[in-house]
Design a protein around this ligand. Structure first.
Ligand SMILES: Cc1cc2nc3c(=O)[nH]c(=O)nc-3n(C[C@H](O)[C@H](O)[C@H](O)COP(=O)(O)O)c2cc1C
Length: 199
């Protein structure tokens, strides 16, 4: 290990290693597959999701192998990342506290399954944005398996598009999760546009 000369003495408290990254999105991941020859659909809540690549566009989701959804994603090789709005907080919490093993979570959470355009897994109709994904890589880190899915289609509600047909994040009103709580993003205040520091 090479230690570079520092500008200051050490000032921060060293904590034990953990997933201390904020903010995290709270998303609903929908999936479908066969369990003992019976077709099943499911939806679970994830906070450990992120963009993994731009070209081709890819998203990563970290799923514990014990989740009912894990087997469905492995067997189908597909999943959909649905971005819920703040108004869907209750359904998001429910889908993260019940297992699809115990029943159809779409029905239990009052969510509507809609057809995707490129994958067999359903979308969550109430979510303003849905990313349809095909699994390209799987990395087993330990407690979680990381599925890296290529985004093969994006579906968006017209209500969250701006005049140029682009997704307006303020209209989406996405939900965040951190420190054991759900949070809205404070989107009313713009701090600067991309690259403003160089202008
Ligand atoms: C806010 C929140 C975030 C969560 N994030 C994850 C996650 O990133 N990975 C994961 O495997 N489980 C996560 N969970 C737990 C699963 O959603 C939960 O165990 C769910 O019941 C699994 O559903 P299933 O068995 O139907 O697949 C989260 C739960 C909540 C409420």
């Amino acid at each position: 290990m090479i230690r570079l000369a520092a500008d200051t003495a050490h000032t921060k408290k060293v904590l034990r290693p953990g997933p201390s990254l904020y903010p995290l999105p709270a998303v609903l991941v929908s999936c479908a597959g066969e369990v003992d020859g019976v077709p099943r659909r499911n939806v679970l809540t994830l906070a450990w999701a992120g963009i993994a690549c731009g070209e081709p566009p890819m998203v990563s989701v970290a799923v514990r192998p014990t989740r009912f959804s894990h087997g469905l994603i492995v067997s189908s090789g597909e999943f959909v990342v649905n971005v819920p709005s703040v108004a869907m907080c209750r359904a998001v919490d429910l889908c993260g506290n019940l297992s699809g093993r115990d029943g159809d979570k779409f029905a239990l959470a009052g969510l509507t399954a809609a057809p995707a355009s490129q994958v067999g897994a359903p979308l969550v109709a109430e979510c303003p944005i849905s990313l349809e994904c095909r699994v390209r890589h799987t990395f087993s880190g330990g407690s979680h398996d990381l599925f890296i899915g290529e985004i093969v289609a994006v579906q968006a509600d017209e209500a969250v598009l701006d005049a140029n047909g682009k997704i307006d994040i303020v209209k989406v009103d996405p939900l965040c999760y951190g420190g054991g709580f759900y949070w809205p993003l404070e989107l009313g205040r713009r701090l600067g546009d991309y690259g403003f520091s160089r202008k």
